[in-house]
Design a protein around this ligand. Structure first.
Ligand code: 8YV
Length: 328
């Protein structure tokens, strides 16, 4: 690599310390207004940059990559999920793709626990009652939720985040069950006292709380289909901090509306940022605006990972967080 600083185009506003470091290290073009880039602006960016640093709000598909210039050699995603990037099309053009795994694990697991508690203990509903002046005194039978301790938690996807949720949930007295492509190591399984279910259907039919932690890939699109959602027990709660596309959101809204399941805690949506209007009306649905990794520390760590990936690539080494099509 020559001494010329690489042109790095960053599509959204990142935390200040990340932008400062990027300015020092790279010929960085930052998006200080944070307005999402239009398709035309993205086309221009891939035509001029050595490195594009996008986020989930940018669709990097094959037709966009057709506009990539000779210089574009790296797409350093700010985020763990890469379902908005056509990794195979990028690789076919000799463009590497990297992500930011590991640094948002604990924050996402924390938010998952918060959603479990919020739905089971009606925290948001209770807060609204107080805000609206509706708390007129304690009663023995009002605002009753459901106990967490002793319940079965079914985790779909037992990667880093699934395991971090399991550790927390165990401390809350939940029994850990999981479905994954393959069982976790015996060390982890023993530590978590976790039960592996090869059959997702069977786990769904027996769990009290289900939480989703798989990546969104063609294999997990609508993994929780209308048919599978019907397997849930009437008192079940469904949590999703992974990707909206994994759940058939319309089918979920219909079930919740009928009271066929007890509640849902969702941080992600199938047609984000649009949310199914039925869900918006239901007190049994706690809805958050995709904020699983939204801590100052987490977002700075994500930015640092983006920088490390770019720097190792500049130095002629393999970036540590390279994503290959066969990993998806
Ligand atoms: C990120 C996420 O904030 O990293 C991910 O996959 O879902 C979020 O926590 C977002 O993707 C940033 O691009």
């Amino acid at each position: 690599m020559s001494a010329r600083k690489p042109k790095v185009i960053v599509t959204r506003k990142l935390p200040d310390p990340v932008e400062t470091r990027m300015r020092e290290l790279f010929d960085a073009e930052l998006n200080l207004t944070d307005a999402p880039m239009s398709r035309a602006a993205l086309e221009d960016a891939v035509g001029r940059a050595d490195v594009l640093a996008p986020t989930i709000t940018d669709k990097i598909d094959a037709s966009l990559l057709d506009k990539a210039g000779e210089r574009l050699k790296l797409i350093a995603n700010f985020g763990a999920g890469v379902d908005h990037i056509d990794v195979a099309a990028a690789n076919a053009r000799g463009i590497a793709v990297t992500n930011t795994p590991g640094v948002l694990t604990e924050d996402t697991a924390d938010l998952t626990m918060a959603l479990i508690m919020a739905v089971a203990r009606r925290i948001v509903e209770g807060a609204h009652v107080v805000e609206q002046g509706g708390f007129t005194g304690w009663t023995p039978t009002w605002m009753m939720g459901r106990r967490i301790t002793g319940k079965r938690l079914g985790i779909i996807g037992m990667g880093r985040i699934g395991q971090a949720v399991a550790r927390r949930a165990k401390a809350f007295g939940l029994q850990i069950h999981y479905h994954n492509r393959k069982p976790v190591s015996s060390r982890i399984s023993e530590e978590l006292e976790a039960t592996y279910w090869e059959s997702l259907d069977q786990m769904l039919a027996r769990a009290d709380i289900i939480t989703v932690h798989s990546p969104h890939t063609p294999a997990t699109y609508h993994l929780l289909s209308a048919r599978r959602l019907k397997l849930l027990q009437p008192h079940a709660i469904l949590i999703n901090t992974a990707r909206g596309e994994i759940i058939d959101e319309q089918a979920l809204a219909d079930l919740l509306e009928k009271g066929a399941i007890a509640g849902a805690g969702l941080d992600v949506f199938e047609f984000e940022p649009t949310i199914n209007p039925k869900l918006l009306k239901l007190p049994t649905a706690v809805l958050l605006p995709h904020m699983g990794s939204a801590t100052l520390e987490g977002r700075i760590d994500m930015g640092e990972k983006v920088i490390i990936n770019i720097r190792t690539w500049m130095d002629g080494h393999k970036p540590p967080d390279r994503v290959l099509p066969q990993m998806l």
